[in-house]
Design a protein around this ligand. Structure first.
Ligand code: GFB
Length: 307
């Protein structure tokens, strides 16, 4: 189902920028975007005025305060406050302006820490969350529940996508606040250039994570829009995971680094394993296409051109 006017909230971020690329490639050229300076999503009135004036036919809710394990764990108030505020402002403003369709972007950290693997959509709220990102996860769960509640009470068609750990162009490569993949890419690249023999990896290297190229995520999200999906939660992942050590080895291979890894166990591991069950998207006819190695190679090219 085509939508005419599409608002991509958070279009400068990793996910939002991939959505813009994918939508434009697919012939959706009536996109609405706003920088933070133009529209502060923490300002409720500004969001309501914007929705009432622009009246988009479809909203991709990809705006969020995001970060890796350390940022999540240390800026806990920012992560819960900003993400709840942005979600409530956008969902309520969309409803109040009489808009019907939205895809809310969540995260695989909404599932319980000790969830059975792979994690299905119906595992939501079946156990305690991982402590390092509980504030972010609670905010994202609130977003999902907002969508469900507005659908139930007001007949909106707000659905939610739960991506696994993402990477790709426009990622954050700051060593303090980034996710593991860009952090290791930067550290390993620097070690190679400076002829260092060692790269420090946080934690034990044993946690397992699933990594999805952000272009695959964007493709899955646009697929959900075009299918006319109107409610529910959809896991979007690749269905395979690797240990953090294995991830570092793939990156080292792409970069051409043959030194050693040392593990800083004063840093947290986070959740032991986070692998999505992607059966629901598969049933609809969608699956991810990019292999981890190809995705990392492409992202490394982007990194070298931009840093
Ligand atoms: O990607 P990451 O920060 O987030 O870390 P999570 C994944 C794993 O990589 C953890 C290890 O076990 C880290 O200890 N790691 C090793 C590193 N070296 C590094 C490094 O240099 N930097 C980073 N950042 N990690 C986040 C959540 O969890 O994932 C968010 O906090 C969100 O809420 C996001 O869900 C997708 O996978 O642990």
């Amino acid at each position: 189902m085509a939508a005419n006017k599409i608002f991509v909230a958070g279009h400068r971020g990793l996910v939002g920028s991939a959505l813009v690329r994918r939508l434009q490639a697919g012939g959706h050229d009536n996109l609405i975007t706003r920088t933070r300076a133009e529209l502060d999503l923490l300002d409720q009135k500004a969001v309501h005025d914007f929705m009432a004036a622009e009246r988009p036919d479809y909203i991709f809710m990809a705006a969020a305060r995001v970060g890796g394990i350390l940022a999540n764990n240390t800026r806990r108030a920012d992560f819960i406050y900003e993400n709840i505020a942005i979600a409530t402002h956008i969902v309520h403003a969309a409803y109040a302006a009489g808009l019907r369709r939205m895809l809310f972007l969540g995260s695989s950290c909404i599932y319980p820490r000790d969830c059975p693997q792979p994690m299905r959509e119906d595992h939501l709220l079946t156990g305690p969350l991982e402590q390092t990102n509980e504030p972010y996860a609670v905010a994202k769960i609130a977003g999902i529940k907002l969508c469900e509640a507005y659908n139930d009470q007001h007949g909106t068609a707000f659905c939610s996508a739960m991506p696994t750990n993402l990477y790709g162009p426009n990622d954050n490569f700051d060593l303090e606040s980034s996710h593991v993949l860009p952090a290791l890419m930067r550290k390993i690249d620097a070690a190679k250039k400076e002829n260092q023999r060692e790269v420090v990896i946080w934690g034990t290297g044993t946690p397992r994570r699933e990594f999805l190229h952000v272009d695959d995520l964007a493709d899955g999200c646009v697929f959900l829009m075009e299918q006319g999906v109107e409610d529910g939660i959809y896991n979007i992942g690749v269905g395979e995971d690797v240990t953090i050590r294995e991830l570092a080895e793939v990156i080292a291979d792409v970069v051409g680094f043959d030194g050693e890894f040392v593990f800083d166990t004063s840093k947290p591991d986070g959740t032991p394993r986070k692998l999505l069950d992607v059966g629901r998207m598969k049933k609809l006819g969608w699956s991810a296409k990019t292999s981890l190695r190809d995705g990392i190679a492409g992202t490394y090219d982007w990194y070298r051109e931009n840093y």
